[in-house]
Design a protein around this ligand. Sequence first.
Ligand SMILES: C[S@@+](CC[C@H](N)C(=O)[O-])C[C@H]1O[C@@H](n2cnc3c(N)ncnc32)[C@H](O)[C@@H]1O
Length: 331
Amino acid sequence: MTDRIDTTRLQEMARAYTASAVLYAALDVGLFTQVSEGCRTEDALVETTGLRAVDVDRLVSCALSLGLLDWKDNELWNAPDVEAYLVQGTDRYAGPWMMFTRPDVPGWFQMTEKMRAPVSTKLGMYEDLTVESARKYHQATSSIGFGAARRFVRSVDLSNRKHLLDLGGGSGAYSITCVEQFEGLRATVLDLPPVVIATQEYINDAGVEDRVTTIGADFTRGEFPSPVDVVVMASNLPIYNREVIGDVVGRAFRALESGGEMHLIGEMMDNDRKGPVDAAMWGMNELICGSEGRAHTRDECKGYFSSAGFIDVEVTDFVAGTLVRCVGTKP
Ligand SMILES: C[S@@+](CC[C@H](N)C(=O)[O-])C[C@H]1O[C@@H](n2cnc3c(N)ncnc32)[C@H](O)[C@@H]1O
């Protein structure tokens, strides 16, 4: 018996953008916040959102069918992840992060034109950053960065390390969290000149100015501050192509003292490139944002480390399905 095939999966894919649009609109009108605050009927939602009843009906149908809302005793309730992350005013609110790539939507739908007439620069979306745009960027992404950094200090013991170099450290999430966790550690965040102004604000807020410093520089060029005994490069991988990443890893190797370690954390493809989809999409995002970056596989990352001279190179899941960590030691 042969497996029957049909168009269901393909149709869903062809219209997958509808789910993103519904999520954005639900966040725009504060749907999940209203539900959490007790508006558990459509009548109540019409009242608080000021939308037409027919649009609340449409939006609630979409949200229920996407599993964002659920019924309990004829009342609307948020799904557990929606309640945890999409209710405004809570510590874990991730709305800005969910909306972060919304401005890229038109670009994604010009993908064909962009592939046929490519325009790219080395730094892509980071080419023309201002202090203001860097602040906005990190307001949206820092909660995710600090979450990842907390996971990092739970999985990596830096208690015998003295100096961490955080390449493309952004909000300083990894540096701040690491010095808070490991008493004897100091850190340097190296990021683009407009960004480190914003980084300094996060450092001051955390009260770790005496242990975390910044350098405004482009990590694709020049030698790194040395000696250091840990290098972290997190969530930058798809922005750059093989040559740039290999070169950065090589210069990080030179900056490390013997026995030091480097951690490269990012979205990596499985070696057969059959997943994860998210990693592939971050690679494609670089076409949309105009850099020469792409999705790198786990073996490619291992290769950058081995070619630089690192030993004991290992690649492990960091956040399953999302982030992978490649680590190596300088002999
Ligand atoms: C997605 S953020 C990650 C921030 C931080 N590592 C984290 O995980 O929270 C990427 C950061 O890399 C920085 N970056 C990208 N290209 C860079 C370059 N060529 N030189 C220095 N920093 C760069 C960006 O400015 C941004 O702050």
